[in-house]
Design a protein around this ligand. Sequence first.
Ligand code: ARG
Length: 458
Amino acid sequence: MSNKKTTVGMINSQVLAYTAGRDVELDRSLVAVDCIGTAAHVTMLAAMPVEPPVISTAERDRVIEALNTIRAQAEKGSFKIRLSDQDVHLAVERVLTSELGDLGKKVHTGRSRNDQVAVDLRLFAKEQLWHTLEEVAALAEVLVRFGKKHEGVAMVGRTHMQPGMPSSVGLWATAHAESLLDDAAGLFHLLEMNDQSPLGSAASYGVPLPIDRGLTAKLLGFSRATHNVLYANNSRGKLEGLVLGGMSQIMLTLSRLAQDLMIFTMPEFDYFKLPPAFCTGSSIMPQKQNPDVCELVRAKASRVKAAELAVYDLVKGAPSGYNRDLQEAKEPFMEGLAVTRASLQVMIPMLAETTVNKAALLAGFSPEVFATDRALEWVAEGVPFRDAYDRVKEELDDLASVDPSVAIGKKQHLGASFGLDWGGYRDQIKGIRQQTRKQKRAYERAIESLTGVAYQVQ
Ligand code: ARG
């Protein structure tokens, strides 16, 4: 096997391919954030109080211009990461050096690929979390609209999957919406934890130079720098695991929603109908309209949870400081985010076009569904609940049938079918969108003033 010349020495080709792993492809998603991180680093180097300066302000401007060109090339798909680069960091350094000569060789002063990749992943995470929040808000909105439209449509409420008490389509839909609102609150908490810059922690132990970590944090739109430089590196993997935990909560919500849809669209129920274009057919049975999207959402929930567990397992035994094991967290991290977002994106239009079969929902009611309501009528007449319960149990076969819409109309307390806070749901969804937009704009402004060119979170 031949050896290959790299920026960091001659490496056996087989070892190079094995150790670079999937970085050469995966790091394509990190080119923009890597350039932005380097722009902040050189800006800080140019401001560092040393004589002679490591980089002059004119040199800083040339580096930033070259970085902006790399970003533009990456957007067009013409920036290449070679196997001999190993990853995006050395690919960018190679291009800077070929464009700028000795100046390109200066950019790595006082940093390591370890803090570089850590900052890249945090920038990548925040952008992905904002997109996810927008998608979560959109699905919650679709569910609230669906619920409001069918607010008065009665639906059998089930426990143990058996008919239990009168409920409504509005209650069913907003239960899933409310779960998404909790998931969104979790994402904001993750954004807060992610909002710390590890840049300048270098290999894991800092550098003997008067670098200003607070300045790079500020230039990148972070509210602060991580403090301890060793923890800055140890937090890699922990952070990806936390973000994947947020994703797996969303997938849990989606999976239960998908499961409900699969049950309630079975011909035996026929409560809801999925839009035909969101169902797939069979190659042998001409009549089939299968809910494959729902099945795959359920399956992908397992994959996202597995990604979270994979990352946890990778770091749980990792010693302090950078270890190459951390590189393996990148793939489950990126995949978990992508799968969650794709699942949200397909559920939004599917739910928006799902229809309700009022007659089938009404046909689902039998007199027993009103048994508890009947017992509570006795209670209203002064009978102790346990006696009322026994009385109804004895007369189950003779229960009078009740109009389900009248029954649900009586459930007016907080959070029941006719006590739902529709305005509150709308305000929460609006709040998620406003907060996301505000954070995104502040970040875009920071990156624009750092790089001198327009920036949009992508
Ligand atoms: N691609 C590497 C990763 O993702 C970058 C850091 C490499 N650092 C090192 N000391 N070999 O972890």
